[in-house]
Design a protein around this ligand. Structure first.
Ligand code: F6P
Length: 554
């Protein structure tokens, strides 16, 4: 407890005024012209030395623009910011979500049943396993056809309705683990309040074979409730009102909201306010994942998460993957001036992983004031974005290689293909591209090399690659439920460490509220039959008037 009090007190000092921050600024200035090829020439063992491994994931960070001294200074900064005691506080369920006075206990969602974590006198690990047991029973019944629709047909289509963390985790995990899924079942994900999302997801489906999982932590989210009502209307129109009980289940913390909507709370799977939406894919929010891959493989995913949790909690910073990833992100963002970070999975199954990470990272660390409300005089969370390789190579990689901005990259790859030996040669090609890209970004191609190829003088500058563009490479043996869990936990914890250093609350999301409020007011103006008295700014007023004039052509 004393540690936590000291930690919070310690965080009161301005970050940029800390000697450790200033030492890093000076150090960065001294390294401004240092090139990656020089580091590699001076340190023959760099490629293997600047690496770390944990929970089945290998991190090569040798292509970052750092030396041993940089890492030492970054770890000093982390220590000065009391990262270690804040991590310990998170693991034991202290209210690290300061503005909402809640723990952030996603680590409890994957803790083994033998562990116990107490929140307000309750062992939350026991609660987690009770819900997992109910989810497992239900998932098995859907998978083996015992759970039938209202007309007695078995379920063939499962549609998850949710948004943000109640969608991005489930859809990312489903895509990532498709290889392990029951192909007799088809999965759809409806998130957008745009009516075409629901329409397209249900087009051609038989309501009698369709199960909806309505996922909403709060059960008040406008988009989700609107789509859930559309789904209920669609179901009731075909099967009658009594069918709702066989075709709808809910995942929520809000039993009253679920009941009011008309779903029997016997068909509700609960979770808790100490699970943040963007940290919830391994809670009951993962019910669609569990139905897809089965309870046993879901348990393997939880094991992967837990293995990374243990690594994060128990490994010294020098070998701690989430800590290293966080410190490198801080270095690139705050000392080298990079404002974005590209996530480039060389695995088509991870196509939704960058979108998932966007919520995890940017909703967590897109903050402008410190814990005591002081404006941050340094950059906080960078913009995360990305696409799977090799596709991205044929679109935006041009800018990564020759643009004027520094864009650090996280390359993610797997050593074994999912298709077995038959897919090996094509997988080799995929991975050759990954390794080639990080090499090209780091070492580039000089003017002399371009000239030596016989390129004419006028074209030669266009064919130069400056290099010195930093990247991490993350490798796991194979994309499995376990490695996916470890990968997600790696980013979760990296986000938290960054937030601790920036002295912000990584677990709230007040920045989404204003737009929600304004939309509620605007919605009634768009559909008003009388001419509404618009009291927005002149731009918004004009846009609303134009929309109203054109919205319903007859
Ligand atoms: O508006 C942002 C947000 O609150 C996210 O944090 C959350 O994941 C999402 O909306 C969905 O919320 P809910 O699960 O309560 O519907």
């Amino acid at each position: 407890m004393k540690d936590t009090i000291d930690a919070v007190k310690g965080q009161g000092e301005a970050l940029t005024g800390r000697p450790q921050w200033q030492a890093l600024s000076l150090h960065a200035e001294g390294l401004r012209h240092r090139q990656l090829h020089e580091w590699f020439a001076d340190e023959p063992d760099r490629g293997e030395r600047l690496s770390a491994e944990g929970a089945g994931i290998y991190l090569d960070y040798s292509k970052q623009r750092i030396g041993d001294e940089t890492l030492r200074l970054l770890i000093d900064l982390a220590r000065a910011c009391n990262v270690e005691s804040r991590v310990a506080a998170m693991f034991v369920g202290e209210r690290v979500n300061f503005t909402e006075q809640r723990p952030a206990l996603h680590v409890a969602l994957r803790a083994p049943v033998t562990e116990s974590i107490m929140v307000d006198g309750v062992d939350v690990v026991a609660d987690v396993h009770a819900v997992l047991q109910r989810m497992g029973d239900f998932a098995d019944r859907v998978r083996d056809g015992e759970w039938k629709g209202a007309t007695g047909k078995r379920i063939r289509h499962v549609i998850n309705i949710g948004i943000g963390g109640s969608d991005l985790g489930p859809v990312m995990a489903y895509e990532a683990l498709r290889h392990y899924s029951d192909r007799q079942l088809a999965f759809g994900f409806v998130s957008n309040v745009d009516p075409v999302d629901f329409h397209e997801a249900t087009l051609g489906l038989d309501p009698a074979e369709t199960l909806f999982i309505v996922c909403s932590k709060t059960f008040t989210t406008q988009e989700t409730l609107t789509n859930a009502h559309a789904a209920r209307d669609w179901c009731v129109a075909a099967l009658g009102a009594d069918a709702v009980a066989r075709h709808f289940v809910a995942v929520s913390t809000n039993a009253d909201g679920v009941r009011d909507f008309g779903i029997d709370t016997d068909n509700m799977f609960g979770f808790w306010d100490w699970v943040g939406g963007r940290y919830s894919m391994d809670s009951a929010i993962g019910l669609s994942t569990m139905i897809a891959i089965g309870p046993a493989q879901f348990a393997q995913m939880l094991d992967g998460f837990h293995a990374m949790d243990v690594h994060f909690r128990d490994t010294p910073p020098e070998r701690n993957l989430p800590m290293l990833m966080a410190l490198l992100a801080i270095w690139n963002n705050n000392f080298l001036g990079a404002s974005t970070l590209a996530v480039l999975p060389y695995a088509d199954h991870l196509k939704r992983f960058p979108a998932y990470l966007q919520q995890l990272t940017m909703e967590s660390n897109g903050k402008h004031v410190t814990r005591d409300g002081t404006p941050c005089d340094y950059q906080t969370g960078p913009v995360y974005w990305g696409e799977p390789g090799t596709n991205g190579q044929h679109s935006f990689y041009q800018l990564l290689h020759q643009g004027t901005r520094l864009v650090p990259c996280d390359f993610i790859g797997f050593c074994q293909p999912l298709g077995g030996a038959d897919a090996l040669s094509q997988h080799d090609l995929l991975m050759a591209n990954l390794f080639a890209q990080s090499e090209a970004l780091a070492f580039g191609k000089t003017l002399a090399q371009v000239r030596a190829e016989g390129t004419s003088e006028d074209i030669a500058p266009h064919r130069v690659f400056e290099g010195n563009r930093p990247s991490n490479t993350l490798l796991a043996d194979r994309l499995t439920p376990r490695s996916l869990g470890a990968l997600v936990a790696l980013y979760e914890h990296s986000v938290f460490v960054q937030g601790v250093i920036w002295n912000i609350d990584s677990f709230d999301q007040w920045g989404v509220e204003l737009g929600k409020q304004l939309a509620r007011r605007t919605e009634s103006e768009l559909a008003a039959t009388d001419t509404p008295d618009l009291r927005h700014d002149s731009s918004t007023n004009a846009l609303i008037r134009r929309y109203r004039a054109a919205r319903n052509p007859r």
